[in-house]
Design a binder for this molecule. Structure first.
Ligand code: PEP
Ligand code: MN
Length: 355
């Protein structure tokens, strides 16, 4: 199985699926068999220990579920992966021949916990996937990866499962794609998997989130599946049947990073030059805008006026939103863009004020 997992690490796309939680032996085996029957799954996942935000919810079946997972592997030939959060859980998972370990979002946030897992893994040869921490902190995510690497683990991968925020409604966990893109930039050769299930929290946007990940050149997907999703003991709203998962995977437009076509490269090169040219012009214009802002700063200084003038700022923003709509620029982008320009402008004016 070790060689098989080694090969899978390089397979694209790498597809991992299975229930949020192992619940009963029947559920675990049946899910595995139906997943294997699709022929589209590379690895079987199951939560054995479930860190739950609030007490009183199902906290996982525990060690009792590990033989079920081993049995599912034996029947289907699929390697297995489980979440571990303590040294004891690492020990238990290893003793039942789990093939890949993953560190959950609620564990990555805690350096003590990650270090405990890392210490338990010293001298062990097993791949480890590190989920992003629940809060959007890339250093914490990097730190988790480094602790595992320092313990001597060679195959470390990342799972992007989104970031929690108060009052967020569209997603269960906001994807903040730019953060995963930055992690990919920092770790260009590291496996990056998307977990659309925990980003979405619901079935109706699973397809779109999965497609977005593939568009962004992720290496694979981890999606939760269950034989009777509505009756699942955890995360019922986001789980889908193995057959539905197969449909979802079939509907994805799989994309590759590059293609061996001179025509494509020539066309792309031309368009990229246009982009470079436009970016250059944009920068020149923004620099001019700042010079004008500095002149305003001088007048404000002479007349002892505050830099921030809320009415004027509201007026600019309102105009920008209206104009953005006409120009097909999203309200969200216009807000971010104007915030950035405004802050830069304030900082230029501050320098003038301070002489
Ligand atoms: C899970 O994969 O079931 C899980 C608990 O995920 P996360 O750590 O991303 O919340
Ligand atoms: Mn889950």
């Amino acid at each position: 199985m070790k060689e098989k997992v080694q090969l899978l690490w390089a397979k694209r796309p790498l597809i991992i699926s299975g229930p949020c939680s192992a619940e009963t032996e029947e559920q675990m085996i049946a899910t595995a068999q139906r997943l294997a029957a699709t022929g589209k799954i590379d690895m079987l996942r199951a939560g054995i220990w479930k860190p739950r935000t609030r007490p009183g919810m199902f906290e996982g079946i525990g060690v009792k579920g590990l033989p079920w997972l081993a049995q599912a592997k034996k029947i289907t030939g699929l390697p297995t992966t489980v979440e571990v959060a303590t040294a004891k859980q690492v020990e238990d998972a290893l003793s039942f021949d789990v093939d890949v370990l993953w560190i959950g979002a609620r564990t990555t946030v805690n350096p003590f916990s990650v270090q405990e897992i890392a210490d338990a893994l010293r001298g062990v040869d097993i791949p480890v996937l590190v989920k992003n921490p629940i809060n959007p902190d890339l250093e914490l995510w990097m730190g988790g990866i480094e602790r595992i690497q320092k313990a001597g683990i060679k195959q470390v991968g990342m799972i992007h499962r989104g970031f929690s925020s108060y009052g967020n409604t569209e997603y269960r966990n906001a994807p903040m794609w730019h953060l995963a893109i930055e992690m990919k930039r920092r770790n260009p050769d590291m496996l990056l998997i998307c977990d659309p299930s925990h980003i979405s929290g619901r079935r109706d946007i699973l397809q779109a989130v999965s497609q977005q990940a593939i568009n962004l050149d992720y290496d694979g997907l981890m999606i939760e599946s269950h034989i009777t999703p509505d009756e699942a003991w955890s995360d019922a709203k986001q789980q889908i049947t193995p057959e539905r998962l197969a449909e979802l995977l079939d509907a994805i437009e799989w994309r590759k990073e590059d293609v061996n076509s001179a025509e494509y490269h020539a066309a792309l090169e031309k368009l990229r030059q246009q982009i470079n040219h436009l970016d250059d012009e944009l920068m020149q214009i923004i620099s001019q805008r700042m010079k004008v802002a500095e002149q305003i700063g001088k007048y404000k200084k002479e007349n002892n006026i505050t830099i921030l003038q809320t009415n004027r700022w509201n007026e600019i923003l309102e105009k920008a939103h209206k104009k953005g709509e006409v120009l097909n620029l999203s309200r969200e982008f216009m807000t971010k863009y104007y915030d950035a320009v405004h802050m830069e402008s304030i900082s230029h004016q501050n320098k003038i004020m301070e002489g």
